[in-house]
Write a protein that binds this ligand. Structure first.
Ligand SMILES: [Zn+2]
Length: 489
């Protein structure tokens, strides 16, 4: 039994509910304050007056992909074409193939060929849906492109050819990723990794092996392309053990704003197209029917407003088994009718508040009309939709405080984007705790209550009252998973 004393413990049931000490045993909370005074403890942890919350959860990310980014050359701080080309030139010589986080500056295949026409060069765009590559890569994977720009399926083909790692390397990336997440106070994550890299069996085994020594509440989405592997494995849906769950089936419906592939009602400005649908209609319906016959819920990536409308209609026509809910990942742009339609449906939204600062200022020029509901978090909440906070790492840095800052302030370089969609600090905390646990189907996660799991995030300041600038400080004092202190500042 462990006593956690001398802290301010935010239950998150109501905004002002706090306790000052708490007892845990066998991985669960057993009581608070006066009621635990006469118990005998094996261990006492002094929280030194800091603030303790239910453990932060990132509801959509790519754990292996983030681990990979941590070990790769990163371009995300560079915005000048010449700087990027010079950087690549230096590193190609050292044997680096991949360059991550590239914000499109119009670099072409020919420019990359001038750097090297013998070694492969792959620039991963910051949305992770597109690549710019040199001729060596195109030839190797048997694709053609005048500019070297590849998106969606073609980009996947390149990744699958070049991103082949041995089992130990995959484990190393998972470990690296989880350590970084824990340092941000994150105790759990819902990750989409099982199709990319080494596929279902090897990646799942790697997770199981890492989690034996490194606790992290991991919930893995199952990409539709590995669903037959899952079926053949006879693994149960959800719990594999106390740290690992298998979740909904991941499908991509459209692309992204920055690649101009998100499916919009209106045309992209100056262009004649509205984005793309990844699937033909009949093909998608067959796939959804099959997934429903396996009694599994869906997790659908969709960004554009037309895409969202079509996805909601699809889910309405083919609902999940009673008691299950589907997830919509992103839901970045919406219209009121679609939002109203979602209200009575078993749908959860996995949203990325950091896109407001990283993406929105750059994409506003892409649209031909003013947008009514872009990242409309408050409107979604008003319509009783459950929102789960997430980073989509490696797309964003998986620091929940950065996400909470955008939920509360919606601000970049002093400019506020749709003030009317800002939500309260309390609700911002709920998105990364209580609500982010809904997709796990566990009813004892995301609050401080008797019987709830002992996963906690301890910060040196209080999210509910601290200065705006504190959201960017390293406030994490401790990360606790299953009663174990896995990160200590
Ligand atoms: Zn993602």
């Amino acid at each position: 039994m462990i006593l956690w004393k001398n802290g301010i413990l935010h239950t998150l049931e109501n905004e002002h509910d706090v306790h000052y000490q708490m007892a845990t045993d066998q991985g669960h909370i057993i009581g608070f304050d006066e009621e635990i005074e006469n118990l005998t403890y094996e261990k006492v942890v002094d929280l030194e007056g800091h603030h303790l919350y239910p453990g932060f959860v990132d509801a959509h990310l790519h754990i292996v992909g983030y681990g990979q980014k941590l070990s790769k050359k990163d371009l995300s701080s560079m915005r000048q074409k010449d700087d990027i080309l010079a950087f690549i030139k230096t590193h190609v010589g050292q044997g680096f193939t991949f360059y991550e986080g590239y914000f499109d500056q119009g670099i072409t295949k020919d420019e990359l060929d001038q750097i090297s026409n013998e070694k492969p060069i792959i620039l991963k765009h910051n949305d992770y849906h597109s690549l710019t590559v040199n001729s060596v890569v195109l030839k190797h994977v048997n694709l053609t492109s005048d500019s070297g720009f590849l998106t969606e399926e073609d980009a996947q083909k390149v990744n699958k050819t070049y991103e082949v790692y041995d089992h130990e390397h995959i484990k190393k990336m998972i470990k690296h990723s989880i350590s970084s997440l824990q340092s941000f106070g994150v105790t759990g994550g819902h990750s989409d990794d099982l199709y990319y890299f080494n596929g279902y069996h090897d990646t799942l085994t790697a997770f199981l092996e890492v989690l034996e020594e490194k606790p992290f509440r991991t919930h893995l989405l199952m990409h539709h392309k590995i669903i037959e592997d899952y079926k053949a494995s006879k693994h149960p849906f959800l719990d594999q053990n106390k740290y690992l769950q298998l979740g909904a089936v991941k499908i991509f419906y459209d692309g992204t704003f920055s690649s101009k592939t998100a499916l919009l009602k209106d045309h992209y400005k100056g262009l004649s197209h509205q984005g793309i649908r990844i699937f033909e209609k009949d093909e998608l319906i067959e796939l959804v029917k099959k997934i429903r016959s396996y009694e599994l819920p869906l997790a659908i990536h969709v960004i554009g407003d037309l895409g969202l409308k079509e996805v909601v209609e699809l889910l309405k026509a083919y609902p999940p088994k009673k008691g299950l809910h589907d997830r919509i990942i992103h839901a970045s742009l919406a219209d009121l009718k679609t939002i109203e339609m979602m209200e009575d449906m078993p749908i959860i939204l996995d949203v990325q508040p950091q896109f407001i600062s990283s993406d929105l200022p750059h994409i506003l020029s892409l649209f031909s009309k003013e947008l009514a509901f872009i990242y409309p978090f408050k409107t979604y909440m008003k319509h009783n939709l459950i929102l789960c906070g997430s980073s989509d790492a490696p797309v964003e840095i998986p620091n929940p405080l950065f996400g909470m800052h955008q939920l509360v302030f919606r601000k970049k370089d002093g400019v506020v984007y749709q003030q009317e969609e800002c939500i309260s600090r309390f609700n911002a905390l709920k998105l990364y705790t209580t609500y982010a646990n809904v997709p796990t189907y566990k009813t004892n996660r995301g609050l401080l209550k008797k019987g709830f799991i002992a996963d906690f995030t301890v910060l040196s300041e209080d999210v509910l009252t601290m200065d705006e600038s504190s959201f960017f400080k390293d406030l994490v004092k401790m990360t606790i998973i299953d009663e174990q202190i896995v990160h200590h500042a």
